[in-house]
Design a protein around this ligand. Structure first.
Ligand code: SF4
Length: 363
């Protein structure tokens, strides 16, 4: 049988042939089982002939310099810029997706720029970005491209950041995360019902990834929970989530509670009130977590870093804008308490800017 042409594509890893003639993709827990010519749920991985292919290798949805705080990462090179890009597609189906124009795009709709790993690394060097982020859509589904870009970045002295839902198969996660210096992993809710109903995914798989990244890798880890009114913002659910993070990951993993805005298939929910974010932060702190942040709102108290030893202000933030800096050698200047994260002597001064980048030069 003639194989289907998906356009430019790259052999994909993490799959096996089934006895019934189908091919099973093992990259994520969805385990799509495909006949010749079929695409997986993520749309960008497909069966071509007797193998899986990635149809978005070297194809990007565009590049921007962002503040690293926007990923969000508050303990990884604060104040620096990060060259951010994504491809197309996603392996979850979140009804509240805040990036749906990219995650739901078919490759041919969106992907404009041809971007080799070396060109991306060089663009980061040229623009002064300290890191490159795989974001906008989930790097899990473009793993082969992401790890090649990461290798080119490391060669050029640029760090790498994955922004991901952590919905990845056991076999693949070591390859992806060993290529990443930092990761922000979404913990979208804390019930199986939430993941099943709103994302067609599974909470357990994400919890496994969080434990894996924290305990089995050197990747710096932060977590984000988007609080959706009436869906995952009850004090009980926030308390259960925080207790789990404290027990399984420890007090020093930063946890971000961010504000939802109505989008995609969830237009009937209101914006998250600032009071809900503040309440969630207080609950998480009461469970012992040291670094709990509010996001997508102006909240100096909730977005700044405070010393877990003496309570002093360490890094002042207002949304993505940084102010006071009271760290020395990664320690609190007042009491000497060691602060977890990746810090340099001085913070960066990128500010809140967002600058589109063409690989040939800054727009
Ligand atoms: S990565 Fe894509 S093709 Fe593979 S199992 Fe997940 S959704 Fe299916």
């Amino acid at each position: 049988m003639e194989s289907v042409d998906f356009g430019p594509s790259m052999p994909g890893r993490y799959w096996h042939a089934l006895a019934d003639g189908r091919v099973q993709c093992d990259l994520c827990p969805r385990e799509c089982k495909l006949h010749e010519g079929q695409r997986g749920l993520c749309f960008v991985r497909a069966r071509q002939g007797d193998q899986m292919v990635l149809t978005t290798y070297s194809r990007s949805s565009g590049f921007c310099l962002d503040p690293i705080e926007k990923k969000p990462l508050n303990h990884f090179l604060p104040g620096t810029s990060v060259l951010s890009f994504g491809t197309a597609g996603c392996n979850l189906t979140c009804k509240f997706c805040q990036n749906w124009d990219i995650s739901k795009a078919r490759a041919d709709d969106r992907l404009q720029q041809h971007a080799t790993p070396e060109a991306i690394a060089q663009a980061a060097v040229r623009t002064g970005a300290r890191s490159v982020a795989f974001t906008y859509n989930d790097p899990v589904i473009f793993l082969e491209y992401a790890v090649d870009v990461a290798a080119a970045c490391h060669e050029a002295g640029v760090k790498t950041v994955a922004v991901t839902a952590g919905y990845i198969g056991e076999a693949a996660r070591s390859e992806l995360f060993s290529a990443m210096d930092a990761a922000n992993i979404d913990l979208k809710g804390f019930t199986e019902n939430f993941y099943r109903r709103l994302c067609t995914g599974s909470l357990d798989a994400v919890l496994d990834t969080l434990c894996y990244v924290k305990h089995e890798t050197k990747t710096w880890l932060e977590i984000t929970t988007l609080l959706i009114p009436g869906e995952n913002d009850s004090p009980q659910e926030v308390a259960a989530l925080s207790e789990w993070v404290m027990a399984k990951l420890g007090a020093d993993v930063p946890l971000h509670f961010t504000a939802f805005h109505p989008d995609f298939k969830m237009l009937d929910k209101p914006y998250t009130p600032a009071a809900t974010l503040a309440r969630a932060r207080e609950i998480a702190r009461s469970k012992g977590l040291h670094y709990v942040y509010t996001g997508n709102v102006h909240d100096r108290e909730g977005s700044s870093t405070w010393c877990p030893g003496c309570g002093e202000l360490l890094i002042e933030r207002d949304w993505y804008e940084l102010g006071e800096w009271n760290l020395e050698n990664g320690r609190c200047r007042s009491c000497g308490c060691k602060i977890s994260g990746v810090f340099e002597e001085q913070r960066g001064d990128w500010g809140a800017r967002r600058v589109p980048v063409r690989l040939a030069g800054v727009v």
